[in-house]
Design a protein around this ligand. Structure first.
Ligand code: 26V
Length: 824
């Protein structure tokens, strides 16, 4: 056994086989002869958990004994996907489990399909949190992820006649084998009510919050297994329940029905994940969700701290750092102030000093509609004491910082105030986060520069050292090792087995990029992955595709700034060329889309509908002769990404420059050997730097060019009237060609691009995009040349491991020490 890993002995196939049968009998109450695949899966999970829980106990004991400083990652979203194969790979026993199951007559791949995705997030921000907690455990950093135990994750997407339909996601309807309920760590959370001002015997003023409602918060722990069984950290997710204590009063005074209603209202808080990733939902329930989870998590942190330090707060900021994943958990700042000032009776300056050493804030978007603002009126109703504290934070900030730096400058105060004045005064959560944190970071170089120059320039003037960049990353365990086993094996054999924990080792592959044998091996794997995906497509959509066509993949949330409709216009251009020239020469391509639209985002849903209608027409048009197929994969999610990414030849990263903070799908696709067609936006810029201009197809306006174009006055009609092909395509959308008998059904896209002003510059970038795609065709025709580019992509993106991101956070923000976990 190894003394520096939490999980002592890695399971062998024989042991696993034993345990699986034991759990089939003793936990599932069934037998090998009649067990369903679901029962087999559960028995295997229970067997794996015996090792996982060993590691968890060892890790927690070690952290407790060593009284380690830890990062507390606060996030409203975690997009974990499935944990079965991830846990097996990280425990180092995937092959053993596969063998054990095979000997029991089961195919491990079938069992993997038994698991629901844990989809407690929308997109990039939530998946980043999941990659980060994997890296934290792998790197042996003491860490805990805090979030909400949503009963329903992101909606399931279906298509009906091409329209997106949303269905509830009941991911844990029949229980989830990975989570442990910890009722002994439940908390009581207050909301609503009023604040009373009282004076003690010394005449000192005190604020007393009399809550209107108390809700119970029950934690569920999900063990997060580090690679090679290093540490096992936890993700702690809070579920809301009616408080028994409070409910008894209601029951006694009001009776059964009122008590039942209170129950339902309390449970509503953790019922659903908000399915937006762009607009401020502005919902009372969402603010309560944010507060509920921040308050529970802080109480949990403080309880743990007090166990070691009692009422001495002087070590708090040495032991605790809290990372705010965007502004969604920013209410934790006034909440910690409330606990310190009102409950611990600390003076304001000392309390504020602690806060400012505890919190750090990551910004994930510059889109104005995604910058959270809450009506002051709502705060007054839900969190009456917190709004007072926010006003005091703001008053001191304006007097002690802003007015000192810009004496008498009313305009600066207006711009920097945490409270936005106006008809309906608002709390600006971004401002609050910057003021209350010791560090603020963006998620890619260009994004961090824009956070400084465009979003918070005055804050930078006040605190230049507060701002930094930490470029995102992805975990190579899930996004290469587990999802692309064939390529992983080739890498193991070619460059050794260290790459999963030291991804820069991939650069050793560069030396093989010209080797024909390596090129053949690499492309043979891509071909097998494509055949696998073709099978998935057939089963899911009924569409037959040629696995030898070029596989072009755009997978991400549906949003105008991500420009799925630019991709669509290119498809229409190709289709039109084929109709005009039956022998039009192009590399046969399958265009894959995967995307969910926020349920209230009308144009996003129109774009999905248009893609589906156009796909239907093109896929059935004999004249196309299979040169184009369009496949919209329904219900895009982590587990589907794992099947699409290894099979991609081309990665579409085509956002308007300046709008995509980073992107992380771009990293996963390049890592798996796809060539990027992309704008100079977000992390694409850094990918281009790593892979070199021969191995990426860059197109379109740069950030500076976009700004210049907006400044001079952008008129999309210039492009409409000057590019006959573009004009014909847009006009096509108004006919009933794709929607027989129903002209105008696809016209909203044209309207947004012409009358709507084309805010995201689709028209301006169209010609350049089409050219980049022609470059891709040329490259793909040269088989050896393409193989070399694909290999060089995999070989050159080692920078984008989330392990590197985490080491950057440790060095620039968290200041943690690694804690090797023994298993004594
Ligand atoms: C905003 C809101 C507003 C209220 C309703 C719920 C909700 C949920 C999420 C958001 C903001 C999402 C921001 C986001 O996901 N940003 C993405 O973060 C990725 C990780 O840093 C990054 O790679 C993507 O470029 C960026 O779009």
């Amino acid at each position: 056994s190894n003394a520096t890993v939490a999980v002592a002995a890695l399971p062998t196939a024989a042991e696993l086989k034993d345990r699986i049968i034991r759990h089939l009998h003793g936990t599932l109450g069934t037998d090998v002869n009649k067990a369903s695949p679901q029962a087999w899966w559960r028995a295997t999970c229970a067997s794996i958990n015996e090792y996982v829980f060993d590691g968890l106990r060892n890790t927690q004991r070690t952290h407790y004994q060593q009284n380690t400083r830890a990062v507390h990652y606060f996030s409203l979203e975690y997009l974990m996907g499935r944990l079965f194969s991830n846990n097996l790979h990280n425990l180092g026993c995937y092959d053993a489990a596969k063998q054990a199951l095979a000997e029991l007559g089961m195919d491990i791949a079938d069992l993997e399909e038994q698991e629901e995705d844990m989809a407690l997030g929308n997109g990039g921000l939530g998946r980043l949190a999941a990659c980060f907690i994997d890296s934290l455990a792998t790197l042996n950093y003491p860490a805990i992820g805090y979030g909400i135990h949503y009963e329903h994750g992101l909606f399931k997407q279906e298509f009906q006649h091409g329209f997106q339909i949303e269905r509830p996601d009941s991911w844990r309807e029949y229980g989830n084998p990975w989570e442990i309920c910890r009722p002994e760590s439940a908390q009581e959370i207050s909301v609503y009510g009023y604040v009373e001002t009282v004076y003690d015997l010394q005449g000192k003023m005190k604020k007393v919050w009399h809550p209107g409602r108390i809700i119970k918060a029950v934690p569920w722990d999900i063990p997060v297994v580090g690679y090679n069984g290093s540490s096992v950290n936890v993700l702690r997710l809070w579920e809301s329940r009616a408080s028994d204590f409070f409910n008894w009063d209601v029951f006694n005074s009001g009776g059964y029905v009122d008590a039942a209603r209170e129950n339902i209202e309390a449970e509503t808080i953790s019922k659903v994940l908000y399915p937006n990733d762009d607009t401020d939902a502005g919902k009372e329930l969402r603010l309560i969700q944010q507060y509920f989870f921040c308050s529970s998590s802080l109480k949990d942190i403080i309880r743990r701290y007090k166990r070691a330090h009692g009422d001495d707060w002087s070590y708090f900021a040495k032991q605790v750092v809290i990372q705010l994943n965007d502004t969604h958990p920013a209410v934790a700042i006034p909440e910690l102030m409330r606990v310190l000032v009102d409950r611990a009776e600390m003076n304001w300056e000392d309390a504020w000093n602690i806060c400012q050493h505890v919190f750090a804030y990551t910004n994930h978007t510059l889109l104005p509609e995604a910058l959270e603002r809450w009506p002051v009126r709502l705060f007054e109703k839900v969190l009456p004491r917190h709004i007072e504290i926010i006003y005091e934070i703001n008053r001191r900030f304006l007097v002690e910082q802003v007015d000192v730096r810009w004496p008498g400058d009313v305009e600066k105060k207006r711009k920097l105030s945490i409270i936005e004045e106006g008809h309906e005064p608002m709390v600006r959560m971004g401002h609050l986060s910057v003021v209350g944190s010791f560090r603020v970071n963006g998620v890619a170089e260009v994004h961090s520069a824009l956070v400084k120059s465009d979003l918070f320039p005055e804050m930078v003037a006040l605190w230049p050292d507060k701002f930094t960049n930490i470029t995102n990353g992805v975990t190579p365990r899930r996004w290469l090792k587990a999802c692309n086993k064939r390529l992983s094996k080739l890498l193991d054999n070619t460059i050794g087995t260290d790459w999963p924990t030291d991804l820069t080792k991939l650069s050793a592959l560069q030396a093989h990029a010209d080797d024909p044998a390596m090129q053949d091996a690499f492309m043979a794997i891509k071909q097998q992955n494509k055949a696998d995906l073709a099978e998935v497509v057939k089963n899911l959509t009924g569409i037959a595709i040629d696995p030898h066509a070029l596989f072009d993949v755009q997978i991400k949330r549906l949003h105008e700034y991500k420009r799925q409709h630019l991709n669509l216009l290119h498809i229409l251009a190709l289709y039109r060329r084929i109709l005009q020239d039956p022998d039009y020469d192009m590399v046969p391509r399958v265009f894959f889309f995967g995307a969910k639209a926020a349920p209230g985002y009308k144009l996003a849903k129109d774009i999905i509908y248009a893609i589906n209608k156009i796909a239907d027409k093109i896929n059935h048009d004999k004249r196309v002769k299979n040169r184009i197929k369009v496949v919209f994969m329904p219900n895009y999610r982590v587990s589907l990404a794992e099947k699409m990414i290894p099979a991609a030849d081309v990665s579409e990263q085509i956002s308007t420059a300046g709008k995509e903070a980073s992107g992380t799908g771009n990293m996963k696709l390049a890592l798996n050997g796809a060539i990027t067609v992309g704008t100079m936006d977000g992390a694409n810029i850094e990918i281009a730097e790593e892979v070199g201009s021969d191995n990426i197809a860059i197109f379109g306006l740069s950030v500076d060019e976009v700004k210049a174009l907006y400044a001079k006055g952008y008129d999309s009609r210039d492009y409409y009237y000057n590019n006959p092909e573009l004009k014909a395509i847009l006009d096509w959308l108004e006919t009933d060609y794709f929607t027989p008998g129903k002209p105008g059904e696809l016209a909203a896209i044209k309207r947004s691009l012409i009358e709507g002003g084309d805010h995201y510059l689709v028209m301006a970038d169209f010609a350049s995009y089409v050219k980049a795609q022609e470059t891709i065709d040329g490259w793909y025709r040269d088989k050896a040349g393409w193989a070399k580019k694909a290999i060089l992509n995999t070989a050159s993106v080692g920078k984008f491991t989330s392990d590197r991101s985490i080491e950057d956070y440790v060095a620039r923000v968290w200041q943690l020490t690694k804690c090797e976990v023994g298993n004594v």
